[in-house]
Design a protein around this ligand. Sequence first.
Ligand code: MN
Length: 149
Amino acid sequence: MNLKEYRQKRDFEGTSEPEGELGATVGSRFVVHKHQARHLHYDFRLEMGGLLKSWAVPKGVPLEPGVRRLAVQVEDHPIEYIDFAGVIPEGQYGAGTVEIWDRGQFELSRQAPGRLEFTLRGEKLSGDYVLIHTDGKNWLLIKRKAGTG
Ligand code: MN
């Protein structure tokens, strides 16, 4: 995991997004950015391994159990990005408005190849979720029913 792809995509003279460093801390925060770019989407980010593992979720993180949402894995982002909100100027990568839609803590309950299970404790989002890798960069993000293993 590193920030190479993140940095290659951006011109830090032109955007106020953080250039970032690999974090040394072990955290367990998450954030959901509402990103009004060319197409509105929500970026779901988990603090893992000193970085933010990130997925673009076109229809947003599900609030109801059983709903499956496509989540496309995107480049790892630096930890500082967890606090980023602002306008990425026209002509820059991801140009548009970024707002923090939700944030909080998560607890990882299972990590296996192609599968992450965790509990979210945010302001809007709470409960058990699973991310399941399907193919390429595509994952499914599903809210689980309470009490299901
Ligand atoms: Mn985005």
